[in-house]
Design a protein around this ligand. Structure first.
Ligand code: PLP
Length: 455
């Protein structure tokens, strides 16, 4: 086949600036022999429920085999939707089966939501930092991404308020807010109840929808569960996405999305033209899991498994990292988020780490405003204890070596300390005139160096 780069193919203009996913690019490094990867937020295959899945397939395929191998309804198996709706009721979320649809991973819920609500140039507001799969999904439809600061308690509602008010005043209203309220990827933050309420109020007042992405909520190590934003929303503005990827298996590509009947119908019509329906075989497996009551005991095992890894990583960080670095406690989920001293760059550190055969994800790609250069994300989910210990020890050594090197006295702001103003990254095709709060900024030296290296 001819190399498309040498033909005159014309790609959709708003895709031209779409960066590859930083996470998926770094995960390609796992091919390096002996690499200890703290990069991917992948579940630990050692705890995949292979025995349970084998039993379900054996028993249920005998009765439901024909249905499992056939096309199905776009919304998914009715029995599974009813079951999920009943479980949601137990946590105070009142849903009927027609408010719920099975999707191919929660990534598809993001794609469908983007397609249903965003035109090229529309504003999607996201946390700084936030998950690149969410920002990427909005970018693929040509949305303009505006970042608001995230602190230890997730999105700052005062900053969000200022941001959406400014956008409304400039006649570029926010259309969508993307939130990961529980153990956010990448920084592990949990949005407290009061902030959840404020976000829902702001959505109603300023007329945007909220996409609540919650793949990690079930992996809670400490504290009590908090109500979802969807459960606090009287106005039907919240779209909730939950996934089985971090619990049962990402290979099944099974997640569900819940919304008001009107919104759900719209998402279902988009899905009809994307993939017809979610894989029936995967749905049968999840249905078999839930019907047999296997999920809760399995979750308890997972929580203990990942909590022990979290503890191991925190202990290793205490031993090997300098006191100039700060990190979160990770009360659930898969990630420890580290803030390095202001003048260090997570991408420079990665080069040092790779020399020692350690990988992780630098923090900057999680920031749509280009901040966060001095942050990094470590995942403890997939590594065994010995690898966590040695990888963190080597990373600590790499950090000390980098810190000891002479470098320009740059003082970049992290997202945690950045001013709470709406800042936009242009990811859509139209040439921008006025973006609220954006000022042209000279690129700091380190950034130029990194850009050169990438080329
Ligand atoms: C916050 C967040 N949302 C969504 C996803 C995608 O999950 P799924 O496998 O359900 O598409 C991930 C995966 O890492 C994630 O971290």
């Amino acid at each position: 086949m001819t190399d498309p780069q040498r033909t005159s193919l014309r790609f959709a203009p708003h895709l031209e600036q779409l960066p590859p996913s930083a996470i998926r690019e770094i995960c390609r490094l796992v091919a390096i022999p002996d690499l200890r990867s703290l990069a991917g937020g992948w579940p630990d295959p050692a705890v995949f429920p292979t025995e349970e899945v084998r039993r379900i397939l054996e028993e249920d395929l005998a009765t439901a085999g024909r249905q499992a191998l056939q096309y199905g309804a776009t919304e998914g198996l009715l029995e599974l939707r009813q079951l999920l709706a009943r479980e949601a009721a137990a946590e105070g979320l009142t849903l009927t089966a027609d408010q719920l649809m099975l999707t191919q991973g929660s990534q598809q819920a993001m794609d469908l939501t983007a397609a249903a609500f965003l035109d090229p140039g529309d504003v999607a507001v996201v946390g700084c930092p936030t998950y690149v799969g969410g920002t990427g999904a909005f970018a693929t439809v040509g949305a303009r991404l505006v970042g608001v600061p995230v602190d230890e308690d997730g999105i700052d509602p005062d900053a969000l308020h200022r941001c959406v008010r400014t956008l409304a005043a400039r006649k570029r209203p926010a259309r969508l807010l993307y939130v990961i309220p529980n153990y956010q990827n990448p920084d592990g933050s949990v949005l407290p109840l009061e902030r959840r309420r404020r976000l829902v109020e702001l959505a109603s007042r300023y007329g945007f929808v909220i996409l609540e992405d919650d793949p990690y909520g079930a992996l809670r190590f400490e504290g009590d569960p908090l109500p979802s934003l969807a459960a606090l929303d009287p106005s039907g503005r919240v779209i909730l996405a939950r996934s089985f990827s971090k619990t049962i298996s990402p290979g099944l590509r099974m997640a569900w999305v819940a919304a008001s009947p009107e919104v759900l119908r719209r998402l279902a019509v988009v899905k009809q033209y994307r993939d017809c329906c979610t894989g029936n075989l995967s749905q049968q497996i999840v249905l078999g899991f839930l019907k047999r009551g296997l999920f809760e005991p399995y979750l308890a095992r997972l929580r203990a498994h990942y909590r022990a890894k979290r503890d191991r990583m925190l202990a290793a960080l205490d031993r090997h990292f300098p006191s100039t670095a700060r990190w979160n406690r990770a009360t659930g989920g898969f990630f420890v988020w580290i803030t390095l001293p202001d003048d260090l760059d997570g991408e420079d550190l990665l080069q040092e780490a790779l020399k020692r055969k350690v990988a992780y994800v630098p923090g900057r790609p999680f920031h749509v405003d280009g901040s966060g250069r001095n942050t990094i994300r470590l995942s403890f989910s997939q590594s065994d204890d010995a690898s966590i210990d040695s990888a963190v020890a080597d990373l600590g050594a790499a950090l000390r070596e980098l810190a000891a090197r002479p470098r320009p006295p740059a003082a970049p702001r992290t997202a945690r300390t950045a001013p709470p103003r709406p800042r936009a990254r242009k990811v859509s095709r139209p040439p921008r005139k006025a973006v609220p709060g954006r000022k042209p900024k000279p690129k700091p030296k380190v950034e130029r160096k990194t850009a050169r290296r990438r080329r």
